[in-house]
Design a protein around this ligand. Structure first.
Ligand code: 7GP
Length: 841
């Protein structure tokens, strides 16, 4: 590598190289230094915010020292790297994670205490980094943690949104969205004002033949927006490897507003260009599993993809290797279709800028990319209108047409005369207007396509992508079942459970090899162990009960069965099934005698999750949950037997409190609709059981933990199509218990029933697309089994221990190793432990 500092002067650099601090005294010294110099405060005005800032800066300094070393090591080693392109990274808080991953939390705890602070209070100061909607974004965050922990040379590339997912407030039972301005203090990022990429939009294409008769295309005109890199260090657990997440922020290419206009008094338009540029990275689109086709969204996608590829190609070119070696050095994973333009952009760079032949370039492109699909829902599959594309990215549209032409020619050769097939698989949909089908483009431009759980991967092979399996053969399509990082979702979220497990399995090794949890099986009938296990669950429930009290004012009994459904609100996830079940329970309680009531297991039904701002039905579901809560929670006939809670503003840091406190959690999507789900894994890993449908990863969880340890119900994916057909063309009678629930709603028991007409109507009159009525009976019956099972606490606890013991498979480390082997063909880069890592157990 080139160095700017001449040989002679390097000794001084080596002598004074930053050394990561390790001891408590050094930590305190750093905190005080940051308070007094970086923050310009003192012990007389250092509040918790300032202490959080200083502690974070102390950890950031440490991380960046390791970050530098990691980057140097990876550059020297010159091995293959992974780039994970995701429009969403739902990171949550960084300080606690950094402390735990570098093994210095206890050091920090003591240090902070000596300086007059409680570590929990300091951790709670941090604003979540919420640059994502739900599962897809959180998966990307878990993957970064695993890639660093396993020492893979891997970077994440994303957008630095100024506003993350909105903050949800509940006002009179309705969701209200408030902007999430999270950047007024963010110590975890490093602006790299020297790393900028100018990105072009609009304009036109000029084509001509050069002197050698070669066709040349020049994309010219239009406008330029500048991408500025912000780097966020990603520490691995118990390893010096500290990877990078690079987020791009947009600004005007000129960097300044138009002074001419400003001087002539036209203040508003003088800043307009600047604002237009900054708009690109201003807000995260708040839709989960829904595509809206807005131009600004396409702009975000291209802006991010163009900047990232420029960066990747620049790094590759420094190595002076032949282009043909590009896929040996670089694997790029597309997190859903959002970054699919990267395929087109790399082809454009190779043919237009670097002068490669089409075929040579295309072989490089397809060997570089892998595509992960996260949904089969038709409304979530991205399509862009051709006219919009033509206007914004004229050269890319031409290249897409060429990709499609070569692709369709190959299909024609394989299936001569099958015109229907050509129309079905064309990247261009012949609609009015024509549309670019991004998933098809992603498949054609990648060497591997994967789904995120077995059922889901089977479904994409047999339904939405079945023609492509015929065309490319079955080997191109594979499965990588999702996983979660046990560092955040066990060790950080549930420290006492982690400690208990460590004490029985010989330390924290299970956090690096989650299959070690298997050793817990032998404690499943151990009285002493079960007692401790149950105490921890109870303590976690007490903590959540306190949180519920402080945020909603409702008192809940921590001995009651905590039944939790937290995830984005969506009809396919069926929170409506849950709340209808709650109303059914309410009716049942009301009809009971006092004697009968005594036998019932008290329950707290807890909901949380955001609705996309434009998703009316989802908002109606939130409204109903809140109104049911308002009635049930103050009904003296019910008392502690049933409480209904809606937790406002569900996010990653709240999930860390909620997840360890479940007895049962609900994963009840219509079979075949939830690609995987990942919170199901988190809840089981924390000693909760689940009630769920045969969908997504529930099926594999059942296989791992055993069917005695899970409450499955409902119709199977294979029957869904027929049922829908019967609803629409046969007879459709509703479940009688569900009718009673609807009657109660219609009696205005939960406020004006008019507000819920669309919700009940979608089931009664509009085909019940999500099979709520079909599954209702089975759901209610299964909930009754849950009640019964919970009464036998001894058996229940055994079930939860066995389940945790068998969850090793769902570590995102397993998942990343599968990607590395099957898709990326990359190896970890071994590290010597020369660094100043903490050695906490
Ligand atoms: C989600 C899936 O709904 C969820 O089942 C899965 O666990 C998660 O991805 C991670 O694979 N999909 C999305 O969040 C999403 O928006 C459309 O997909 C792009």
């Amino acid at each position: 590598v080139e160095a700017l500092i001449p040989e002679h002067q390097r000794d001084a650099w080596k002598k004074f190289q930053a050394k990561p601090w390790v001891s408590k005294d050094d930590f305190e010294k750093e905190v005080v230094r940051h308070v007094e110099t970086t923050l310009a405060r003192s012990m007389f005005n250092c509040d918790e915010t300032a202490a959080y800032a200083a502690a974070s800066l102390a950890f950031r300094d440490r991380l960046i020292t390791e970050w530098n070393r990691t980057q140097q090591r990876q550059t020297f080693a010159d091995t293959k790297r992974v780039y994970y392109l995701s429009l969403e990274f739902l990171m949550g808080r960084a300080l606690d994670n950094a402390m735990l991953n570098v093994g210095l939390k206890n050091v920090a705890k003591e240090g902070l205490s000596e300086l007059g602070f409680r570590i929990e209070d300091i951790i709670n100061q941090e604003h979540d980094a919420a640059l994502g909607n739900g599962g897809l974004g959180r998966l990307a965050a878990c993957f970064l943690d695993s890639m660093a922990s396993l020492n893979f040379p891997a970077w994440g590339y994303g957008l630095r949104y100024k506003y993350g997912i909105f903050k949800q407030e509940i006002v009179d039972g309705y969701q209200v969205e408030v902007p999430d301005y999270w950047l007024d203090f963010n110590p975890w990022e490093f602006p790299r004002h020297d790393i900028v990429v100018d990105v072009q939009f609009y304009g036109g294409v000029r084509k001509y033949q050069d002197d050698d008769g070669k066709n040349v295309a020049v994309w010219e005109g239009g406008e330029i927006v500048r991408a500025v890199a912000y780097d966020v260090p990603i520490p691995g657990f118990n390893t010096p490897t500290t990877n990078n997440m690079r987020l791009w922020s947009s600004k005007a290419a000129s960097g300044e507003f138009d002074f001419q206009k400003f001087n002539s008094g036209d203040y508003e338009s003088s800043v307009a260009d600047q604002q237009r540029a900054e708009t690109i990275s201003a807000v995260l689109y708040p839709n989960d599993n829904l595509d809206r086709g807005k131009e600004l969204r396409l702009k975000q996608q291209y802006f991010w993809v163009a900047a990232s590829l420029y960066d990747i190609v620049r790094r590759f070119k420094k190595s002076k290797r032949a282009w043909s070696e590009f896929p040996d050095q670089i694997a790029i994973q597309l997190n859903d279709t959002h970054p699919t333009l990267a395929i087109v952009e790399l082809q454009r760079i190779l043919i237009d800028m670097e002068g490669l032949d089409w075929d040579e370039a295309w072989a490089i492109v397809t060997n570089t990319f892998g595509y992960t699909n996260h949904t089969v829902l038709p409304e979530a599959l991205e399509k862009w209108s051709v006219p919009l594309f033509q206007n914004l990215l004229p050269r890319h549209l031409q290249i897409i047409y060429d990709i499609n032409m070569f692709f369709l020619q190959s299909v024609e050769r394989k299936f001569p005369g099958d015109r229907d097939m050509l129309a079905r698989v064309s990247i261009i949909e012949e609609s009015q207007p024509k549309m670019v089908r991004m998933a098809f483009l992603a498949i054609v431009g990648s060497h591997k396509v994967n789904g995120v759980a077995e059922l889901h991967s089977d479904l994409i092979r047999t339904t939405i992508f079945k023609d492509f399996v015929k065309i490319f053969g079955p080997d191109k399509f594979t499965n990588v079942t999702n996983g979660i990082t046990p560092r955040r979702w066990l060790h950080q979220a549930n420290p006492r459970l982690s400690e208990l497990i460590a004490s029985k399995t010989g330390g924290l090794g299970f956090l690096k090899d989650l299959n070690v949890l298997n050793e817990l099986e032998k404690f499943a009938d151990d009285k002493e162990f079960k007692k401790e296990w149950a105490e921890i669950k109870y303590a976690n429930k007490v903590k959540l009960a306190k949180y519920i009290k402080s945020t909603t004012g409702v008192t809940v009994n921590p001995s009651a069965l905590f039944d939790i459904q937290v995830k984005r609100i969506h009809e396919y996830k069926r929170q409506q099934l849950n709340i209808f079940g709650v109303i059914h329970r309410y009716l049942t309680i009301k009809a009971m005698t006092a004697e009968e009531r005594k036998k019932l297991a008290p329950r707290v039904s807890i909901f949380g999750g955001k609705a996309a701002p434009g998703y009316w039905m989802a908002k109606t579901i939130i409204h109903l949950i809140n109104n049911v809560g308002a009635v049930v929670n103050k009904d003296p006939d019910v008392g502690d037997l049933l409480k209904v809670i809606f937790l406002e503003d569900y996010n990653v840091s709240k999930a860390e409190i909620i997840t360890p406190a479940s007895d049962i959690s609900e994963h009840i999507s219509t079979a075949g609709t939830e690609a995987s789900g990942t919170s199901n894994m988190k809840f089981v890993l924390n000693g909760g059981l689940i009630i769920g449908t045969c969908d997504g990863a529930n099926i594999e969880i059942t296989r791992e933990i055993g069917e005695n340890n899970i409450f499955l119900f409902g119709n199977l994916a294979e029957d869904v199509e027929d049922l829908r057909h019967t609803h629409n063309y046969g007879s459709h009678t509703l479940d009688p218990d569900l009718v009673k629930v609807f009657d109660l709603i219609k009696s205005d028991a939960f406020g004006d029933a008019g507000a819920f007409g669309a919700l009940t109507g979608s089931i009664e009159d509009h085909g019940d697309y999500y099979l709520v009525s079909d599954d209702f009976h089975s759901y209610i019956k299964t909930q009754a089994l849950v009640d019964e099972a919970y009464k036998n606490q001894d058996e229940w606890i055994t079930k939860t221990i066995l389940s945790v013991a068998r969850m090793g498979f769902f570590s995102s480390d397993r998942c990343i190793n599968e990607y590395a082997e099957m898709i990326w063909n990359v190896e970890p880069l071994p590290v010597e432990k020369e660094s100043g890592l903490g050695k906490e157990e």
